[in-house]
Design a protein around this ligand. Structure first.
Ligand SMILES: C[S@@+](CC[C@H](N)C(=O)[O-])C[C@H]1O[C@@H](n2cnc3c(N)ncnc32)[C@H](O)[C@@H]1O
Length: 234
């Protein structure tokens, strides 16, 4: 197993995702098809928001009017989900490690002035400090991002950072790789693999919440690729 310093690992994540974005951003963002028209890509983002957010508005909004809510997305890629979030919520702030992905997202969102995308350092949300005070976010979301991150520390830092920016009681709904074994063999990522990230067992997900100031109120899909976590800020 190749060993990398945290800086080398972040640099590799950025370089790999920039290369994927240059090759075919929409494919690497959503691998169901190689070529996506704008309409198809828009519909795909709308589906994600319908399946994960619109059907869960009690937890997501907690009585607030979505048009008055400020939301945060980690790992926005080419803006697939960001665009649908901007159609539902008042304001969207999104970050991604890849400048190439952010450039694609900015183009895709140019008619959505309530969505703002930022290239970040791949581990924390300090890039938003000039725009958002602590506690200013009503809801945070991330899908098919942490499943690619080969570092438990980076994921924990993100979750801690989301906690800092969320208002008390606010929800961070996100997906991690829950696939801990395959045909009886433990599944292990390597530090230089930026496609297959670290996995979380149910116990590790609970420990992550406890370590970062969240209540892990609901969890769905433990043991599966799409392991969804509902973390409510304490
Ligand atoms: C498979 S794409 C998904 C994009 C988007 N969430 C969606 O569902 O359309 C994964 C995204 O995560 C981003 N990413 C990977 N590692 C990251 C990190 N450490 N910090 C922020 N973004 C990261 C990649 O650049 C890429 O845009």
């Amino acid at each position: 197993m190749q060993s990398l310093t945290p800086e080398q690992q972040l640099a590799k994540m950025r370089a790999d995702w920039d290369a994927r974005a240059r090759e075919n951003a929409r494919y690497y963002v959503a691998t169901q098809q190689e070529l996506w028209s704008d309409d198809e890509f828009i519909r795909s983002g709308e589906s994600t928001v319908s399946e994960q957010i619109r059907n869960d508005m009690i937890n997501v909004c907690q009585g607030k009017n979505p048009a008055e809510m400020r939301v945060l997305e980690i790992g926005c890629g080419a803006g697939r989900v960001t665009r649908a979030l901007a159609g539902l919520f008042g304001e969207v702030f999104a970050v991604d490690i890849s400048g190439e992905m952010i450039a694609q997202a900015a183009g895709f969102l140019k008619d959505r002035p309530n969505a703002r995308v930022f290239k970040n350092n791949g581990t924390d949300l300090s890039v938003l400090n000039a725009h958002l005070p602590d506690g200013a976010v009503d809801f945070a979301f991330s899908t098919i991002v942490f499943q690619h991150i080969p570092s438990r520390e980076v994921i924990e830092t993100y979750v801690r950072e989301v906690n800092r920016l969320l208002r008390p009681g606010g929800l961070f709904k996100f997906q991690v790789q829950g696939y801990v074994e395959q045909e009886g063999i433990a599944y292990e990522s390597t530090p230089d693999d930026t496609w297959l990230g670290v996995t979380f067992s149910d116990e590790q997900a609970i420990a992550l919440a406890e370590a970062t100031g969240f209540e892990p109120r609901h969890r769905h899909g433990a043991g599966e690729q799409y392991f969804w976590l509902w973390f409510f800020k304490r």
